[in-house]
Design a protein. Structure first.
Length: 348
């Protein structure tokens, strides 16, 4: 594989917090920075842009060290969370602003801006002011403005967070198509796993200022390595030590049976839908059975999510009919069973 288009080691110190993260993005690739609020995602983006001073590390873009390059001279385009469009300018003037600041004459800048807006499907809105645009339209204008300066690195900070749920669905698919057309490196900050899975080629998960997982979206979703990621992708996750076809979980004395043999420190994971609940201890197929207490019950789509506490805390998804048949309520004692074939294990 060729050298990454972007290679960065970002170290930023603030009172009570330190970001220390390494990032690598290939040309034409979209990297999503995923993590909870306060993890350091936006700090990483600002450090890449030169807006947050770094304590150590460096940023190399297409072979050029831009660590000390002033923000205005870095070959980057940025889409902020609230888009920050100039309210007194039309859409086409907003897009033309960057090229004009770089010395392009007004006529050519407007022509190129109009062409970009046309590519974004906004030809008829070129003369509109930001206040008259929908959220999705404003986001596309902001993206066009970022691309107008012909950046080699595109930075997007929570680009869909300002949109309502219905608009977000449509704009997400449009944004992915536009990002595919960009031949530089792209870094997208998000706390929404669906945004990361749809928009990105690779995902870097940041927690408490450090990278805790990196990989293709499907790999991260299938094999989470922290409780935060497991919750995002909807898996019950535990760490433990495996001996042959059984894992002793670190927290407590619970054991989890596997359908295949392995050894050493591992993660074990299974989805809430794989958990069956019983009033009496079941006989038969489930090899994993634990005594539990219902901690909470909530509606989850067309299912009911039951939160369980006990020797192996977990969530179970059951149908409303099953909830009624079992007559379950918070505080009730139940048995939880999971077939060994539903449990996935992988090295910790």
């Amino acid at each position: 594989m060729s050298a990454p288009s972007l290679r960065a080691h970002l170290v930023v110190d603030r009172p009570g917090f330190r970001l220390d993260a390494e990032l690598a993005v290939q040309r034409g690739e979209v990297l999503a920075l995923l993590g909870p609020n306060g993890a350091g995602k936006s700090t990483a983006l600002r450090a890449l842009a030169g807006l947050a001073p770094m304590s150590a590390g460096g940023v190399v873009l297409e072979g050029e060290d831009i660590t000390t390059t002033p923000t205005e001279r870095r070959p980057i385009g940025m889409v902020f969370q609230d888009y920050l469009l100039f309210g007194h300018m039309s859409a086409v003037e907003n897009v033309a602003f960057g090229p004009r600041c770089h010395g392009v004459d007004a006529r050519r800048a407007r022509r190129e801006a109009a062409a970009l807006l046309d590519r974004m499907g906004l030809r008829e809105h070129a003369a509109a002011r930001p206040a008259t645009l929908s959220g999705g339209q404003a986001q596309r204008v902001a993206l066009a403005r970022a691309l107008a300066v012909r950046p080699r690195l595109l930075l997007l900070d929570e680009p869909l967070s300002a949109l309502d749920a219905h608009t977000r669905l449509t704009v997400r698919s449009h944004l992915r198509r536009h990002l595919r057309d960009f031949d530089g490196a792209t870094v997208v900050v998000t706390h929404d796993p669906l945004d990361a899975m749809v928009l990105a080629d690779k995902v870097t998960v940041i927690e408490d200022g450090a990278v805790v997982q990196y990989g293709a979206p499907a790999d991260v979703a299938r094999r989470p390595r922290t409780e935060y990621v497991a919750r995002l992708v909807g898996l019950n996750l535990y760490r433990g030590n495996a001996e042959r076809s059984e894992v002793r979980v670190e927290a407590g004395e619970a054991r989890v049976a596997l359908h295949e043999e392995t050894e050493g420190d591992v993660f074990v994971a299974f989805p809430p839908r794989a958990v069956a609940l019983y009033r009496e201890r079941p006989d038969g197929s489930p090899r994993n059975v634990w005594r539990m207490t219902i901690d909470g019950i909530e509606r989850f789509g067309d299912q009911v999510r039951v939160h369980l506490d006990g020797e192996l805390p977990m969530s179970a998804d059951i149908t409303p009919a099953a909830l009624a048949d079992l007559s379950l309520s918070p505080g009730d004692a139940v048995w939880a069973g999971v077939k060994a074939t539903e449990v996935e294990s992988y090295p910790a």
